[in-house]
Design a protein around this ligand. Sequence first.
Ligand code: PA5
Length: 444
Amino acid sequence: MLNLDLSNVSPFLPAGWRAGEEKGLKQAHEYVMNGTGAGSDYLGWVRLPADYDKAEFARIRKAAEKIRSDSKALVVIGIGGSYLGARAVIETLTSNNYNLARKDGPAIYFAGNGLSADAMNEVIDLVKDVDFSVNVISKSGTTTEPAVAFRIFKALLEEKYGKEGARSRIYATTDAKRGALKGLADQEGYEEFVVPDAVGGRYSVLTAVGLLPIAAAGIDIQALMDGAREEMELLSKPGMDNPAWQYAAARHALYESGKKVEILAGYEPSFRFFGEWWKQLFGESEGKDGKGLFPASVEFTADLHSMGQFIQQGERVMIETVVRFDKAHSSLNIPNDPENVDGLNFLSGKSMAFVAEQALRGVILAHVDGGVPNLLLTVPARDARSLGALIYFFEFACGISGYLLGVNPFDQPGVEAYKNNMYALLGKPGYEAQKVELEKRLGC
Ligand code: PA5
């Protein structure tokens, strides 16, 4: 079970702050559970850990096994919600050096999450001489970055294996009915997986979007879903003892008190990418209508030597949510040195876990003393079950937080602005007038 400690929040808020949030939380909970709020078309994630498509789940496992047996590398093509969750889970549960540290299974390279020719050429060089497969993921099937990457890797596969051979190495995860990728996958006969209509990108990690790459990395996706389901059952119950209510209440009350930034901090290097997933979840869900806590993330203790100064003494606009894993994968003791030239013998025989725990405790006290409210979330272990629970916890908390803030947590209208400008400047048919106007502004 996850444990949320808010003892370092209350000193920053007026007495009775919890009660002040209760009415809004009741309403927000009802919106999420009953689909009566804005964006209710996108609540497919709420019961997903129980109601997922079991036949497709079995196909995902089979495809992952095939990839593990016939490929030395898997190129996962996707951006935003079609990318961040898979990478977050793979790295958190294995290593931020997954490709170097893995004992078996394919190397996993992520492509189509940007427009850098250098990054794309690097992945091409890494896979072109080994057996590889491609999982292209795009709900809309029209996003430029993954579409460009897929065109390139499809051609590479066809050149290497022929059209037929390539077909058996391409897995397309997309909409069940619409979009260019759906059309292409149907036409070419790729194995297809579905992004359910009612699940938005940032909520899709527990669909085929995340599950196929995660399973290909050898991770137990059943345990991931089981952990999420257990958390779902817990959080479905309304009340102030619901940990998602408590998290949403604290961050909302702190936001109302003038805080503008929430920092997610972890102490495991492998957790760094989970911060990227979390930033998208909260950033896209809450950052609209001129509102929202800006989500940032740090890795401690490394970033204490960079961002630590700002957190301790900079503009007092932030709150800190620390994710602490109770159990490490391994242990390591600090050796004794009879010479003690480095003066470290006071740590001889102590475990790294003990040292890290004292660092965590000391940092929390220092930051609280520096005016940064602290929320401490303890996760039992860095395993699939616990991570499934953590994912669901943040998803649910984000849904109710967004409603508490008074926004639609399930749309992202602001993302279109850059896309439209880029399409116009690239000369996409239909954007002719906008092209003229933008080029005039750019002085072309
Ligand atoms: O959360 C979202 O909706 C976005 O981040 C999308 O996932 C992202 O833009 C990619 O979209 P698509 O999967 O349609 O290619």
